[in-house]
Write a protein that binds this ligand. Sequence first.
Ligand code: XIL
Length: 370
Amino acid sequence: MSVRIALLATCLFGLAATAQAPTSLKAAYHGDFYIGAAINTAQITGEDTRGDAIIAAQFDSISPENCLKWENVHPQPDKYDFNLPDQYVAFGQKNHMFIVGHNLVWHSQTPAWVFHDDKGNLLTRDALLARMRDHIHTVVGRYKGRIQSWDVVNEALNEDGTLRPSLWYKIIGPDYIEKAFEYAHEADPGAQLNYNDYNLENEPKRNGAITLVKQLQAAGIPISTVGIQEHDSLDWPTLDQLNASIEAFGKLGVKVAISELDVDILPRATRQQTADVSVRAAQNPALNPWPNGLPDSVEQQLTKRYADLFGVYLKHREVVNRVTLWGVTDADSWKNDWPVPGRTNYPLLFDRSGKPKPAYDAVLRLASGQ
Ligand code: XIL
């Protein structure tokens, strides 16, 4: 009898030990928030089998790195290309994931024809609104009930919190943002609608986003989340800045998506911290110090940085509804080619060969409280 009790105890303790030591990011953070990854063409089509295995095992949410951007999904006035987006959504459904749509209205990666008539003149407000509505209804409508969250407007703010003078703004006026949210809501009333931007950790820009959310709410426009992109470095943002931003958005009654997380450890190539995709900087060996591997000391700083960041996300688990890494392995990251082309960067949780990095272990340990 006592042997049987001992055996039973071993079994139960064994199970408890297994439950306390999850072996995937999604299991570790289950019940706190989704853990997402932005996925690229080779991962969507199944060509990157190694990447797909990591995505399926580790993540329970996906974002499309490029395939749903206007220039790809709607390259010409009368031509939509749903080949990749359809495969993207099928991948997410097959793996029972929270599927994100990125994005509907942005000043980058949007073809020039969107803003012009066939004579090359700028469109009128009404014509551009009609074009925006048609695009949003076509794309959101196609994936109604399958894409759970849309980045409706991306990067509408300047660093000082005023509205960026994009062609959307210049032609339509400041209410282009309201209109985009309205159209997205019409097209899929069940989808979460997100305002997404970088540098929202900086106070002036954060305040601009707060004003924007309040305006949308006052006008009865359904906004459910603010996406803080979190293209970070080792020293920016401070944890205080990050805490303050999540708290400020939480107070407005919206959720926060950490929507594009990566941590850049290379020397900064621009004067300002930015994630503006149009910024370019010249190649220079001094800006690419570790082409053959990261020294231990820097690896440790990256590991600590990830643990600190996830510590903040966990503290705000009531407000944060997902944390999405902008890529799967270091080899996939846009940070290898932006803002300087051809660098070797180390911004994610899996290394170039697909192996989990010490930062991955730290993030996992943190969740299981070990
Ligand atoms: C980046 C992609 O990762 C690159 O492949 C592409 O060349 C440029 O765009 N903010 C965003 C994302 O909202 O869409 C950007 O993605 C990164 C910055």
